[in-house]
Design a protein around this ligand. Structure first.
Ligand code: CA
Length: 232
């Protein structure tokens, strides 16, 4: 099966460069220039990965990413944000909107491919069939990707899902940001440690909605742990 990618980029030169680089690697690529065309493409075919430019005519890339994360069909597809913005606040707001990773312009095709492959590997590594994980009122089924909290079906973003799964597989242990980056994101991926905090925050928000955020505990000076025991 060919892995399909959707690229949303209005700058023709960059869009063509990405399309060419990905097709040379054997990926099937749909290139669109704005959000409306992207939605059209999505109604025909769902990609395994999306690359979304931040600055787009009409709806911005950030708004598009937020929208993708609200739709059941596109909720779990990994997203890489492509941006000329390099400010930390800008990048964090991209991650908060729902991107799994970002790449800043100008970038080499080598860097782009490395990031795509790392993201797909991470998605795959967490696809393995395993027994159901249960902690308190939280039930996670790795085989079906179903998450149930207090009897309600919940759909986290892909990174929050992986993070929660990892923490549920290793309860009561404290993990530093660096360790979580290695275990959840993969050892060869360069991502800042603050990224972990962003995803922890998102996961905590989701758990709070269902009244179970007390399980996700911050251990001052050390990191995070997932536990049904009260916080020390
Ligand atoms: Ca642009």
């Amino acid at each position: 099966m060919q892995i399909k990618k959707l690229v949303i980029e209005d700058e023709t030169a960059i869009g063509s460069m990405i399309k060419f680089a990905l097709e040379s690697e054997g990926y099937q690529v749909t290139l669109t220039e704005n959000g409306r065309d992207a939605q059209d493409a999505l109604s025909r075919e769902l990609p395994e990965l999306k690359l979304v430019d931040w600055m787009l005519p009409g709806t911005s890339g950030i708004e598009l990413i937020r929208g993708f994360r609200r739709q059941a069909a596109t909720l779990r597809t990994p997203i890489i944000m492509v941006t000329a913005k390099t400010g930390e606040e800008d990048l964090l707001s991209g991650l908060e909107a729902g991107a799994d990773d970002y790449i800043t312009k100008p970038f080499s095709t080598r860097e782009l491919l490395a990031r795509i492959n790392a993201l797909l590997r991470r998605a795959e590594a967490f696809d393995d069939g395993e027994g159901t994980l249960e902690m308190g009122d939280i039930i996670l089924d790795p085989a079906s990707h179903e998450l149930t909290i207090s009897g309600q079906s919940v759909t986290p973003g892909p990174t929050e899902y992986r993070l929660l799964k990892f923490l549920m597989q290793h309860p009561d242990r404290v993990y530093s940001r660096g360790q979580l980056l290695d275990y959840v994101w993969g050892e060869n991926v360069y991502i800042e440690e603050r990224t972990v905090d962003v995803h922890i925050l998102r996961l905590r928000k989701l758990l709070r909605k269902h009244g179970v955020d007390n399980l996700l505990q911050t251990v001052r000076g050390s990191g995070y742990r997932f536990s049904t025991r009260p916080k020390e």
